[in-house]
Unconditional design. Sequence first.
Length: 148
Amino acid sequence: MKNLFLSILLFFTACASKDIFAHCQVPCGIYGDQNRFEQMLEDQSTIEKASKLIHELSGKKDAQSMNQIARWVATKESHASAIQNTIADYFMAQRIKSSDSKYENKLTKAHAVIVAAMKCKQSLDPKNASALKETILSFHKSYEEKKK
């Protein structure tokens, strides 16, 4: 009985962990694909805004501006990582099936999202944030094709 209790406790701890935000990876069958796409687009908007504000603050030398730059950089990195984790931990690990006739196309589009998010980490170029949005939308379109 003690082992059963510990197993159940471990299960709920793992599912409630903030580090496993994409989905708990237990075969529960409860998925919110559209929610994941909406969250990635929200993350992309945050990256875009953070990049813009970093540019605006970069000419200032006061302590408050420097603090805000550091916070915006951390935010930009965090949201780009969240997108990468959603693609890897949710879509690639759980939702894209090798039996799908469009498997390679979906993997290619998912990989493009991961690379675009990486480029947003590396640069403040607004083109990278725009490209990230386009790759998310392109992946979404290819992903939704299976449901039709």
